[in-house]
Design a protein around this ligand. Structure first.
Ligand SMILES: [Mn+2]
Length: 338
């Protein structure tokens, strides 16, 4: 009889996936089941997703991390994954949307996170099975602060991931198996073989998330529309992205760029003064007609009429300031040096 290998949260740890398949001696006729969370935080989600999508005889459940991509709720680790998956991202997200929320046969039940003991899996809300914040609220309402699996009394083994239980899997009464052993955090990747109920586990090769979050900081920041945000929005965004573990260096680049643009305002005021004086001297009473053909026409007219704020020159975003500078014959950096 072929074996089944159920694997805990892989989170983009492709090398560890291959190590585990080797150690478990998985062949083409064996079934491989992922409890979900194939992606986010790890170095190579593309290879993990490719591997499962290409392999017949594999089952992938939808974890809360896949679900975030499906619902478009992209925090930092999802923004990184979007870049890592590149042009296949949309297609992979469509595939995430097709994934089931549980798997069950005569030997075992598998979910990404939770269930209501005694309730058929298909009747448990998807959010509970996937382990989203709203699913957690439903579990708390039912069980308080104790985890759902402490209430599980069926004889059929249940296998899940989602909650890192340490570098060793959680095993209760030989029928509750928590397999998330923190592979993406430098701990271990763990699987459970059926029908033998034998646990297999390999060490992570590095603290991947610590490396990945640093390595992708600048590329993720590059995708933000800094130029068209207002200066206020930029300041807010920089505050919201502060991360003591990453240090301030990259965000400082953005802050420096924004303040260098603002620091150019006195120089732009002088240029406006200079152009207004020059056109007035050359055109005399026909200032309006001559200024109208100037690239900075609307600014010159408002400046001369006293209708332009000296503090921001009518520019609330970097893009507007860069446009004004260009119209006055000088160039400013249109985006931060990331
Ligand atoms: Mn997870």
């Amino acid at each position: 009889m072929a074996n089944t290998l159920i694997i805990g949260d892989i989170h983009g740890c492709h090398e560890e996936l291959l190590d585990l398949l080797d150690l478990a001696g998985i062949g083409d006729n064996d079934r491989v089941i992922s409890v979900g969370d194939l992606v986010d935080r790890g170095p190579d989600p593309a290879s993990v997703v490719r591997w499962f999508r290409a392999r017949a005889g594999s089952v992938v459940l939808c974890g809360n991390h896949e679900r975030k991509h499906v619902t478009g709720t992209l925090s930092y680790s999802q923004q990184i994954t979007r870049l890592q998956l590149g042009e296949r991202y949309q297609d992979d997200v469509s595939w995430f949307a097709s994934l089931p929320y549980h798997w069950e046969d005569e030997l075992v039940r598998v979910v990404h996170w939770g269930l209501f003991p005694g309730v058929p899996l298909e009747q448990v809300p998807e959010a509970v099975r996937a382990g989203t914040a709203s699913g957690d609220a439903m579990l708390r309402a039912r069980f308080g602060e104790r985890p759902w699996y402490e209430f599980y009394e069926d004889d059929k083994p249940v296998v899940f991931g989602h909650a890192v239980v340490g570098s060793e899997p959680l095993v209760l009464r030989d029928r509750v198996f928590g397999l998330d052993t923190g592979a993406c955090h430098g701990m271990r990747l763990t699987g459970l073989l059926l029908p033998s109920l034998r646990l297999v586990s390999v060490p992570a090769r590095a603290d991947h998330w610590a490396q990945v979050r640093r390595q992708w900081q600048a590329p993720v920041l590059r995708t933000l529309p800094w130029g068209s945000m207002t200066f206020e929005q930029i300041e807010k965004k920089i505050r919201s992205l502060q991360d003591p573990e990453l240090g301030p260096e990259v965000l400082d680049q953005v802050a420096k760029w924004a303040s260098s643009l603002r620091a150019a305002i006195p120089m732009l005021r002088e240029r406006l003064d200079g152009e207004v004086a020059r056109i007035s001297a050359e055109a005399g009473g026909e200032f309006g007609r001559v200024a109208a053909s100037h690239p900075a026409a609307s600014w010159l007219q408002r400046w001369k009429a006293g209708r332009l704020s000296p503090e921001h020159l009518g520019c609330s975003s970097p893009q507007q300031l860069v446009t004004l500078a260009g119209a006055l014959g000088c160039s400013l950096e249109a985006s931060p040096p990331l």
